[in-house]
Design a protein around this ligand. Structure first.
Ligand SMILES: Cc1cc2nc3c(=O)[nH]c(=O)nc-3n(C[C@H](O)[C@H](O)[C@H](O)COP(=O)(O)OP(=O)(O)OC[C@H]3O[C@@H](n4cnc5c(N)ncnc54)[C@H](O)[C@@H]3O)c2cc1C
Length: 351
């Protein structure tokens, strides 16, 4: 289909940024062939004369986004009504075998293990992912990881938004070779749209996409100034990790774990997350979350390349797997997926 020629201002400027829907994924910024956009304060900002090529409007995860269209592209078919958390090949509980990974990971260390295994096996040359800003504790920051140590040093979840597409762009500019991409569902949406268009330099650079389950991300100011400093009187540098398991669990440098009610953090969720219909990264090659499990990752293998990456990690012994014995986990996954679709539908209904 020929690209409709429309300007950034008429499309994303007015309908996405202007309505507070921009997730700040940076896909438009990196894709603009005329370098008209810059990434500024988490949003695109027009800095040159827009030639109205229309590319940004074709790849934005918040503009004319169609899940069925992308499902056709990724899986060759649309989902059946009973495929409530998207199309997949298998769903398992999995866990890293390496103590080094288990010490630093968020849940079962599957994401880090898959990336290290794929690097070892020569499937990838690196990964576009996220790490903690060396300058600001708890701030998620995109990173181009080209070594095992980089990947290991990026394990764990930061609950603030990280535009990992900037790291992918760095990899493309540096001709870093084949890359894995790790990101939240909205970033996977953008990446799939870039592949579908196609924007060849990005499509060719990406070997596989690992999607993280996501209820929402939080603003840095809200999380740090609002919750930690404001409500709890805790300095961010005292917190070595945060996990959300029914409660917000703050792992303190002292070894203590402080539990805080989810209600305390909800006010600081990024407003744009209400528009997202996707909990379990339904378009990724492999989706990973911690839902319903302790110390294991709930892992959904969705595509052929996802299966190959996972199988190689399993065969090399990097991950071990157990079946999901508790049917309540699938029920929970279905409930979370429905809830996100309903919230998104309500958002658009009232927007
Ligand atoms: C904002 C956010 C919200 C989430 N919400 C849920 C939820 O509601 N329910 C649920 O089950 N799981 C959620 N997750 C996923 C969960 O926290 C774990 O990332 C997942 O279970 C993988 O764990 P692991 O031990 O296998 O990953 P690890 O081996 O620890 O690797 C984690 C990977 O995630 C990357 N990463 C870390 N922070 C970010 C970020 N902000 N943006 C992009 N990439 C990042 C790291 O670079 C690393 O590669 C969320 C993740 C994020 C980032």
């Amino acid at each position: 289909m020929p690209i409709q020629k429309v300007s950034f201002e008429e499309t994303l400027g007015r309908m996405v940024v202007g309505r507070g829907l921009c997730v700040g994924c940076a896909s438009c910024v990196v894709s603009c062939p005329f370098k008209c956009l810059e990434y500024f304060n988490g949003n695109p900002k027009i800095v040159g004369e827009c030639k109205a090529c229309g590319i940004c409007a074709q790849i934005c995860p918040r503009f004319n986004f169609s899940m069925p269209q992308l499902e056709e592209f990724v899986f060759g078919r649309k989902r059946k009504p009973e495929e409530e958390f998207g199309i997949y090949k298998r769903i398992i509980a999995a866990r890293a075998t390496s103590d080094k990974v288990l010490r630093v990971c968020q849940d079962g260390g599957v994401v880090t293990s898959l990336l290290i295994s794929a690097l070892d096996e020569g499937l990838i040359d690196g990964a576009a992912l996220s790490y903690e800003s060396p300058e600001e504790p708890l701030r998620a920051t995109p990173r181009l990881a080209l070594t095992k140590d980089d990947i290991l040093g990026s394990a764990g979840t930061r609950y603030t938004y990280s535009p990992n597409i900037l790291a992918l762009n760095e990899g493309v500019q540096r001709k870093a070779g084949k890359l894995a991409f790790v990101g939240t569902p909205c970033q996977i949406h953008a990446l799939r749209r870039m592949q579908m268009l196609p924007l060849k330099k990005y499509a060719d650079a990406v070997k596989f996409l690992v999607g993280l389950f996501c209820s929402e991300s939080f603003t840095y100011d809200g999380l740090v100034k609002g919750l930690l400093l404001g409500k709890l009187g805790v300095k961010p540098e005292e917190v070595v990790g945060i996990n959300i398991k029914g409660k917000v669990l703050l792992k303190m440098r002292s070894g203590e774990v402080r539990a805080v009610s989810l209600k305390e953090i909800r006010d600081y969720a990024c407003a744009f997350c209400s528009a997202c219909p996707d909990f379990s990264a339904e378009l990724a090659d492999i989706s990973v979350g911690g839902l319903g499990l302790e110390g294991w990752s709930l892992t959904i293998v969705r595509t052929d390349i996802g299966e190959e990456v996972f199988r190689r990690a399993e065969l090399s012994g990097a991950v071990r797997v157990k079946p999901l014995e508790d049917a309540r986990i699938i029920d929970l996954l279905i409930r979370m997926s429905r809830r996100k679709r309903e919230t998104s539908a309500r958002f658009y209904g009232s927007a």
